[in-house]
Design a binder for this molecule. Sequence first.
Ligand code: BDR
Ligand code: CA
Length: 308
Amino acid sequence: MKKIILDVDTGIDDALAISYAVHSPALEVLGITTTFGNITVEEATRNTVQILELLGYSQIPVYAGAKRPLFRELKEKAKLFHGENGLGNIELPPPQTPVQKQEASAFMIEQARRHPGKLTIVTVGSMTNLAKAIRDEPEMTALVERVVVMGGAVTVPGNRTPVAEANICADPEAAELVFQSGIPVTMVGLDVTMQTLLTREHLALWREKGTDVSRLFADMCEFYMNAYAQVGNVRGCGLHDPLAVGVVIDPTFVTAVPMHVSVDTSGGLSDARTIGDRRKHPAAAANVDVCLEVDHERFVEHFLQNVF
Ligand code: BDR
Ligand code: CA
């Protein structure tokens, strides 16, 4: 079993990723840490606890993290895609389980020290918590086995701006700090996540299944899908965050290419763009394994069979 910490800004696809991770026999979820992005960190924390309670996994500890980016102002919430409350405006019962007192980045450091070389951190929101952990404990780069990042885009357009993906946009300096830190990184960006789509046919199957969980997820994902349709993606919505979890469960879902990646933090037109050096003779050594291809049929099938 792989030991993981999942760092989320729960979010509809984050909720799917949580469900997929906690149900996987290949993973041991040591804890879930929260950050801002789709919504505020307070909302992400509440949603995470609510989702774990809905799934019957409230024993998994939740650690609240960063309230804002390292150096910038907090950006607007992603209301179009995730609704006012982050879960497509679907109301879940008020959370009962207390959140841990320890701060998210401190938990990451503690677990990395406890499981040297054996901890995978999966970030599916802003990368602020991990950046803080590396800043506070430079040994993180040697202690952590791998970081799997849902974020960025090297070969395809962005989704928050023409060139930048939402999780990198949320805190570009944090992403750049992590990428340049020397920690082993796998980047699961829009290059692959926009090929793994959840469709209306899948939602119909969840409704047919008829459990509380399958119905609530179908309702949330319908909201997400309608937002995708509004911006021209009529075939379905991207399984962004679940694919990052999928890559830990089975790395053969994707083909990753080592390359040098840096994040534009200039504040200009290309701000938050992830620039991969794809030249034959790159100027700098590879620092990120960038997923460029995905066996989308096999992944989506595995996700559907195992998500709840
Ligand atoms: C990413 O941004 C967020 O809206 C999603 O939850 C996902 O993590 C996709 O760009
Ligand atoms: Ca997310």
